[in-house]
Design a protein around this ligand. Structure first.
Ligand code: ATP
Ligand code: LTN
Length: 334
């Protein structure tokens, strides 16, 4: 039996090369060896106000970008979180096994509360509990995520352990998978903070769907540091970030790149980086456009995915309800 891998992205903003290198690229590589489930977490997205038609279209667009990045629906299950109602049901149950102190410590909540200060809703606060439900429902072994989600995964394990201690071994304890490189791609204009797909300034990120000219312009304007040496150094966060992107995309170690660009200046390094990004995005964009012309195919796939996910999620949910003591009658038992 293959181990279970599960991950998700919230349909907010626009997918960036940060999401690609921190998540999608790893997903693609894992799907051969693992039983993979990949979600679009629309219930997480509504913790921030969303325009209904944009949310709807973004869910389809993100699913299409998953496919265009090489997620194979024959091999992996792709689905929209809200189409499997077990997620909300388990989230409620788990919220009764989560301490306020634990949620108070979540750094993502603190930063999002600051950023969306006019709408600090309860969903934003209990967001990690829903994420725990997403993961635990499928008896997940491995969760590929970027560095920023590590704390949420630790909480998931604590909740699972607490539940198992009380009711017996119901949940498998998931492990994070955080790739060494690419786990934290930084913003282009402020390399001290992470590249964020909901950034209000698009010059901070490269979107997967950015046109070549846009990529060239954004990389040209990316912040570099004083001096002219092209090497990774914590005092040079701008050039270090660009080197990391180059290294992840070309799959060459940074040391080799430092050697190769030793005699070159920032401008020619940036030019080469922009071309590498453009070449990486080209086939993804082409496949994206082809699939977007066949939206019905994508919607059918999502429906299929939801059906498969529902059956699997229901198994765990039923066990949880039984252990808790809920009077759980299935249709045929009634
Ligand atoms: P938002 O601000 O809209 O919530 P986000 O850019 O933080 O967006 P998420 O949906 O939270 O994106 O993340 C999806 C996946 O991509 C997660 O596994 C996350 O860790 C990863 N990821 C996000 N940003 C980066 C980044 N800059 N570098 C590497 N991985 C990232
Ligand atoms: N919170 C995650 C998205 C997410 C997720 C998950 C990731 C929701 N549920 C389950 C892995 C597994 C984020 O990246 N912002």
């Amino acid at each position: 039996m293959k181990k279970v891998v599960l991950s998700g992205v919230a349909p907010t903003g626009t997918l960036t090369i940060g999401n690609y290198l921190g998540a999608l690229k790893n997903w693609k590589e894992m799907q051969k060896d693992y039983d993979c489930l990949f979600m679009i977490v629309d219930m997480h997205a509504i913790t921030v106000r969303q325009d209904p038609s944009s949310l709807y279209n973004r869910c389809i667009s993100f699913a299409t970008q998953y496919l265009a990045c090489g997620i194979d629906p024959q091999e992996s299950t792709i689905f929209i979180q809200s189409s499997v109602s077990a997620h909300s049901e388990l989230a409620w149950i788990l919220s009764c096994f989560t301490h306020l102190g634990e949620l108070n410590r979540m750094t993502q909540f603190k930063s999002k509360a600051k950023r969306y200060s006019s709408n600090i809703n309860a969903g934003l606060y209990t967001y990690p509990v829903l994420m725990a439900a997403d993961i635990l429902l499928y008896q997940t072994d491995i969760v590929p995520i970027g560095e920023d989600q590590k704390q949420h995964l630790e909480l998931t394990r604590d909740i699972a352990q607490r539940f198992n201690n009380l009711y017996g071994e119901v949940f498998k304890l998931p492990e994070p998978y955080i790739s060494q490189m690419g786990a934290r791609i930084m913003s282009l204009l402020d390399p001290t903070r992470k590249m964020d797909k909901s950034d209000s300034n698009p010059n901070n990120y490269i979107a997967l769907l950015d046109e070549p000219d846009v990529v060239r312009k954004k990389i040209r304007h990316a912040v570099t540091d004083s001096g002219s040496e092209i090497r990774v150094d914590e005092r040079k966060p701008g050039i270090s970030n660009l080197l990391t992107i180059y290294s992840c995309l070309s799959e060459q170690p940074v040391s080799k790149l430092e050697e190769r660009f030793a005699e070159k200046g920032y401008a020619s390094f940036k030019e080469e980086l922009a071309e590498l990004i453009i070449q990486t995005l080209k086939p993804i964009q082409k496949e994206y456009r082809r699939l977007m012309d066949n939206r019905d195919y994508v919607i059918d796939l999502l429906q299929e995915g939801a059906k498969k996910a529902r059956t699997r999620a229901e198994r765990t949910l039923r066990e949880v309800k039984k252990r808790i003591g809920f009077l759980y009658l299935t249709q045929d038992q009634q």
